[in-house]
Design a protein around this ligand. Structure first.
Ligand code: SAH
Length: 420
């Protein structure tokens, strides 16, 4: 089947951008009528997972990808060359390359949780696989690969089994898991909220387990945690916080979730770490992680509160911190939300600056791809922070197991700015 692109979309595909939006299909791709049965030009009705060939004016073959009948991204582009064909063997080869790279990057037992495949960034668009020691959790972005999963699973079982992964699960929204069941994948336990883990392979996955991250034990909640269980993208930044924490008297970790930055600061030598999150279950997990690392949680503070409220009260009390980590959830899920998100970052950073000691360090993070590094830095300028004593010491991003592509700017979402 053939999908004919606009000139702009064709240029993006040539540069290596892995997505074709539905409105970038030259004739709108709107044949067929019924949802899920749109016909790419030149072909019959295409279903999610179908292989399509991309063309444009003057370019009979641009590449090959997989059709997604339901999401805004109509095609995930896998190949820009005629050979080999796009089949499970080609995909399995790319997965093997992604896994082999990690074998080198994470040799040793210092880190047992990492991203085995970062979708587009590993040239397997829409497929994310995270390893948590003996368990692997798959997340599919959209429906393009869902019909392929059953065929890929034997390969995954073998390739991951050889690396010590025993169980494989799928973390999916209700809709995606629903699509999967239709293809015959094993029935799972996912419910209406769509966040449950579906068992795909091997022994049942544990609900919770401890993994190691640069030598630090970390509890991961596979059954109920965020993302596939943990925010693996902050691993290197947690190690940086550990180094920054030496000799600090009071550390504040805002949006602390399972306490990854908190335990890093405590192990780094901070006398007292205050973790703030609106979810109390996250604190329970953080405290188990503290204990597992031989740190007494009673020497530290865990506050269940809205971060903005907490900052207001801390300021009123006159509390000051000499290291603050601020890693909120994405404020800008879409381009449209950007102006509001920038306003929210400004308000947050202004409030943080008021509780940061002179001579203190501020680590400010943003995980939204719609906010560029320059946009984000502007929310940390002198006017916003109402102070002129800080400088940018470093700007970090995501670690090597979250690779991106030059043309895929959307993949470079993480900013971690260290001001001192
Ligand atoms: N820094 C963490 C990841 C943070 S995820 C890590 O390294 O693992 C974002 C967290 O913010 C979630 O745990 C969520 O419960 C919390 N959260 C969301 N809105 C909040 C708010 N208004 N105040 C406090 N916490 C909030």
């Amino acid at each position: 089947m053939r999908v004919h692109l606009t000139a702009t979309a064709a240029a993006a595909v040539r540069r290596g951008h892995p997505w074709v939006y539905r409105d970038a299909i030259a004739d709108g791709g709107a044949h067929g009528g019924k949802r899920g049965e749109r016909a790419p030009r030149g072909g019959g009705a295409a279903a999610s997972g179908d292989v399509v060939e991309l063309s444009a004016e003057g370019a009979p073959f641009l590449g090959r990808g997989l059709w997604d009948a339901d999401s805004a991204i109509a095609v995930r582009v896998f190949q820009r060359t005629q050979a080999p064909p796009l089949d499970e063997r080609a995909i399995a080869e790319r997965l093997e390359r992604a896994f082999a790279l990690r074998d080198g990057w994470f040799a040793g037992r210092d880190t047992t949780a990492y991203r085995l495949c970062n979708g587009e960034g590993d040239r397997v668009p829409s497929l994310v696989i995270d390893r948590y020691d003996r368990a692997a959790v798959i997340r599919l972005d959209g429906g393009a690969l869902a019909p392929w999963l059953d065929r890929l699973l034997p390969h995954l079982g073998r390739a991951l089994g050889a690396r010590g992964v025993r169980s494989i699960g799928l973390r999916a929204t209700g809709a995606r898991a629903g699509g999967l069941h239709a293809t015959g994948a094993r029935a799972g336990s996912e419910d209406a909220d769509g966040k449950k883990l579906t068992h795909l392979h091997g022994p049942p996955l544990p609900d919770r387990l401890f993994v190691r991250e640069t030598g630090v034990a970390m509890e991961v909640d596979l059954a109920r945690g965020q993302k596939t269980g943990a925010f693996l993208d902050q691993r290197d930044n947690r190690a940086r916080v550990r180094a920054l924490a030496a000799g600090r008297r009071r550390v504040l970790n805002l949006f602390s979730y399972a306490g990854g930055f908190s335990v890093a600061a405590a192990l780094g030598g901070a006398a007292r770490v205050t973790s703030v999150d609106s979810a109390s279950a996250a604190h329970a997990s953080a405290q188990r992680t503290f204990r597992e690392n031989g740190v007494d949680p009673a020497a530290h503070e865990f506050v269940t509160a809205d971060a903005f409220d907490f900052l207001e009260k801390a300021r009123a009390r006159g509390d000051r911190y000499d290291l603050v980590i601020c890693d909120p959830p994405s404020f800008a899920p879409s381009e449209r939300a950007k102006p509001r998100a920038l306003g929210a970052y400004r308000r947050l950073h202004a409030a943080v600056a008021r509780v940061l000691d002179r001579g203190g360090v501020l680590c400010a993070a943003s995980c939204s791809s719609h906010i560029t590094a320059e946009d984000f830095l502007a929310t940390l300028d002198d006017a916003t922070l109402e102070r002129d004593d800080l400088r940018i010491r470093a700007i970090h991003g995501q670690p090597e197991d979250h690779p991106t592509l030059p043309a895929w700017w959307e993949g470079r979402y993480l900013k971690f700015v260290v001001l001192e």
